[in-house]
Design a binder for this molecule. Structure first.
Ligand code: ADP
Ligand code: ASP
Ligand code: MG
Length: 824
């Protein structure tokens, strides 16, 4: 008969519903003998160990005992019929009494020996094994017998370097006796517990039931050991710390061992040894999703495509540094050091020694830090006294972060990327080590940085380099058009270009909507209405998530108060994209600061849509400058509204009437003076001038306002009414131009040769490009050293939410291509 082992952890055995689920999984297994290894009911081992601590500190234990009793009784009553239940509970109550007597004794001696700790901690597995066996027996759905096996009757272990190891000979003998060769059916086996050579109860250490499972796999000659838990398999990082972690399909024994050793709790590090020795494959699977394949652990996984298989971190580490000139070139120093530590039974997690041999640095569990210091001081007492060893420094509050993967061997660049990522996440590395197998690179860092470091490193190895966390402020007409465009294109961009654009926050002037993964762009309006009050600090903190490689904030407001924050954002590593003209046309110092900061912080600041909406105007200026051309003049029609007004105005209709009509059609701002004042055009002219290299502000510009001085301060209605009074001079200007075969156009003109700029209503001959534009078109003309005979002209729709949003979108894509270029 063939055997298969299934191990269920405490997280899969938390309550009665969990036990039913586990029983269903067992029953649905294909024919063949099953060894079902169980942990204690979730949390029970912790409770039992807590009892020991309470008793040995003379604290009351009654409440915890009561909690144990009511939990177990409740589950038994819910799962098992009365007769069997009574039998189970009688045994349970007797054992609780035994525990109580042990605890009483401990509270007298006020100290717990390892023996009493092991004895009490092990009851959890006995209770859960009996309960599951009873449940399976009552179900009666599988052929063959159901037996409950106490692993203490089989397993003999002794303590080794890495913890307990099996003494195989007596163990195999006892296994044959307890589970005869001709056995047919299911055995439910207690995990975690065993005996030592002296016959005293012991355990395999915390999480040791995984190890029990592979030991039984070896004893019974099983081909596969299934380890069922509350996650779907071994993941690329601890899912409780790394939200983006995904399940790894296949992993080697060595990789799994290394990950487990460095804190990946889902599997105990020793589990792999018996499996490796007998070629048993291990599968880690999710009890809550039994249909999923989980993770396969074998000697040689078929697919080895990922460079780094997983990332893990352990906290509670102390770093010890032994330093002294007297150690240089002295053979045997390391030997003495680690010999002394071995004698004191202290396990060393990581060792790092510089080639100068001037110092040796190693990591140990924090709780042994004091002891380690004493041991090392003793071992080097002479050298310390003679000053050959100057210093033994112990730093607590550390953790070890490790990246693990067979595929890393022989491939340059992994360490580079690892440390670059830690550096840019602001994580200080105190010590590093790389195993000679090159399967693991580890770094000692401060515990407080661990989660951030795990997320950043995970992001840099697993997420597409083009995964961008996006926050949008100002979902007005342009902002909402952009969200719509993003919603429409996201899937195509993901598929075709591996671009993962995640809008994770949208904020208006009063509300904000935050999402962990991404906002549902199909319903953001409704969700935002019921969102929380806006808190810009929290908004920004949320968007800049540690686990995503890049952050961009898109400002679609026209607010100074937002533009004033760009500096801080760029400084802290956030890219900024905006159609808001405020920052670029405000104080020259701020503009220059932003350029400086973004350069220093290696962040990008993109604002194509500030001029000409989606037309590539800013990019063209940049290209001209960067390729070494010399721009002598930039001129153009930069306002869609003013373009329209003067395209339509032909004096057959008064100018005031055209303004009123345009307003009614939504071509102007609600207050048309915002357009007619020329300030919007002036801001754009300043942006172009600065982009081309001039130091210039709004105050340096001559601006011809088309708002009559008398109407500057009146209400909108009064303005519209009284504009009639000024129709005559406007008509006159038109007629004068017409007489000369010219037309009127409102134009910005930046003269780079003389460093001047103005914005005004001017006339142009009928064949001039400015005279021939469609309704609301923008047009920009560049005269440069290279484009001198014929200017370079960019022309097209330069206003409206759709095209402006498209300009912002283009910036976002430009940003992505810069980011992936930086990362490759
Ligand atoms: P069980 O009770 O089944 O033995 P454990 O709590 O011992 O379960 O182990 C499962 C837990 O391990 C998961 O819930 C998860 O939080 C944690 N874990 C840590 N690192 C990883 C990882 N890389 N992959 C999967 N789980 C991990
Ligand atoms: N119940 C034990 C523990 O909590 C063993 C295990 O679950 O693997 O450590
Ligand atoms: Mg476990």
């Amino acid at each position: 008969m063939t055997w298969t082992v299934h191990k269920f952890g405490g997280t899969s055995l938390a309550d009665a519903a969990c036990f039913r689920r586990v029983a269903d999984i067992v029953v649905s297994q294909p024919e063949g003998n099953l060894a079902v290894v169980v942990s204690a009911i979730g949390g029970v081992t912790d409770l039992l160990l807590g009892l020991i601590d309470q008793a040995s500190n003379d604290q009351p234990v009654a409440a915890s005992i009561e909690e144990l009793r009511s939990r177990y009784q409740g589950m038994v009553a819910e799962l098992i019929s009365e007769n069997r239940a009574n039998e189970l509970l009688r045994q349970f109550t007797d054992e609780l009494e035994d525990i109580d007597s042990v605890l009483k004794a401990l509270s007298v001696v006020k100290a717990a020996s390892d023996g009493s700790r092991d004895l009490v901690a092990g009851f959890g597995e006995l209770w859960s094994a009996r309960l599951l066996a009873a449940l399976l027996e009552e179900g009666g759905q599988r052929s063959g017998a159901v037996a409950c096996v106490d692993a203490r009757d089989i397993l003999v272990v002794e303590s080794g370097e890495m913890g307990p190891t099996v003494v195989w000979e007596p163990t195999r003998k006892q296994c044959k006796r307890v589970i005869p060769d001709d056995y047919q059916g299911v055995v439910v086996v207690t995990g975690f517990i065993a005996r030592n050579r002296e016959g005293l109860q012991t355990t395999l250490g915390r999480n040791g039931s995984d190890y029990s499972a592979s030991i039984f796999g070896s004893l019974l000659g099983a081909g596969v050991v299934h380890i069922w838990t509350d996650v779907e398999g071994v993941m690329t990082g601890d899912p409780s710390r790394v939200p983006e972690a995904t399940v790894i399909d296949e992993i080697s024994y060595n990789e799994a061992m290394e990950l487990a050793y460095f804190g990946t709790k889902v599997i105990h590090p020793q589990t792999m040894a018996p499996a490796l020795a007998h070629g048993i494959s291990i599968r880690i699977r999710g009890t809550f999703s039994p249909e999923r394949p989980g993770t396969q652990i074998t000697a040689t996984p078929e697919r080895q495509d990922a460079l780094v298989k997983g990332i893990s971190g352990i906290d509670g580490i102390a770093l010890v540094n032994l330093e002294g000139a007297g150690m240089i070139g002295v053979p045997g120093t390391a030997d003495r050091l680690f010999g002394a530590l071995r004698e004191a039974a202290i396990s060393v997690t990581l060792i790092s020694q510089g080639s100068s041999e001037h110092s040796i640095c190693f990591a140990v569990p924090e709780e042994s830090a004091e002891q380690v210091k004493a041991v090392v001081e003793r071992a080097f007492a002479v050298e310390l006294a003679q000053g050959q060893v100057q210093n033994i420094e112990v730093t607590t509050g550390c953790g070890v972060l490790a990246v693990v993967g067979d595929g890393m061997a022989g491939l340059p660049g992994v360490a580079g990327r690892f440390f670059r990522t830690l550096g840019s996440a602001g994580v200080n590395v105190r010590a590093i080590a790389q195993g000679a197998s090159e399967r693991n690179i580890s770094a000692v860092i401060a515990s407080k940085d661990m989660t951030r470091a795990l997320r950043a490193v995970h992001g840099s190895f697993y997420l597409s380099a083009k995964t961008v966390s996006i926050g949008l402020v100002g979902p007005g007409s342009v902002g909402s058009a952009l969200l719509e465009q993003l919603a429409g294109e996201a899937e195509r961009l993901r598929q075709n270009f591996n671009l993962d654009l995640r809008v994770r926050a949208v904020g208006s002037s009063s509300r904000m909507l935050l999402a962990d993964r991404r906002i549902d762009l199909g319903r953001w309006r409704d969700d935002l209405k019921s969102g929380e009050d806006i808190d810009l600090e929290r908004f920004v903190d949320h968007v800049q998530a540690d686990h995503l490689p890049h952050t961009v904030l898109i400002d679609c407001t026209a607010e100074d108060s937002i533009a004033n924050r760009y500096g801080q954002w760029l400084e802290r590593g956030i890219h900024v994209i905006t159609p808001n003209k405020r920052a670029h046309s405000g104080a020259m110092d701020y503009y220059a600061d932003l350029k400086r900061i973004s350069h220093r912080a290696n962040t990008h600041f993109l604002y194509e849509a500030t001029v000409g909406a989606g037309l590539p105007v800013i990019q063209t200026v940049k290209d001209l400058v960067e390729t070494g051309d010399e721009i002598t003049r930039i001129s153009g029609i930069l306002s869609g509204t003013l373009a329209y007004l003067f395209n339509v105005f032909d004096a057959t209709q008064p100018f005031s009437e055209i303004v009123r009509e345009a307003r009614a059609r939504g071509y102007t701002e609600p207050d048309p003076r915002d357009d007619l004042s020329g300030m919007d055009v002036a801001r754009k002219a300043v942006i172009l001038a600065r982009e081309a290299g001039l130091t210039m502000g709004l105050a340096d510009l001559e601006v011809e306002s088309l708002v009559p001085a008398a109407l500057v301060d009146v209400s909108i209605d009064e303005f519209l009414e009284r504009l009639v009074d000024f129709d005559a001079p406007m008509a006159e200007r038109y007629q004068q131009a017409q007489k000369d075969d010219r037309v009127l156009r409102y134009v910005a003109d930046v003269d780079l040769a003389h460093g001047t700029a103005n914005v005004r209503l001017a006339s142009y001959p009928l064949d001039h490009p400015f005279a021939n534009i469609n309704l609301t078109d923008n047009i920009v003309q560049f005269e440069t050293r290279r484009y001198c005979e014929n200017p370079l002209i960019i022309r097209g729709p330069g206003a409206g939410p759709e095209v402006t949003a498209a300009g912002v979108f283009a910036d976002l894509l430009r940003l992505c291509s810069m980011l992936s270029a930086n990362n490759s």
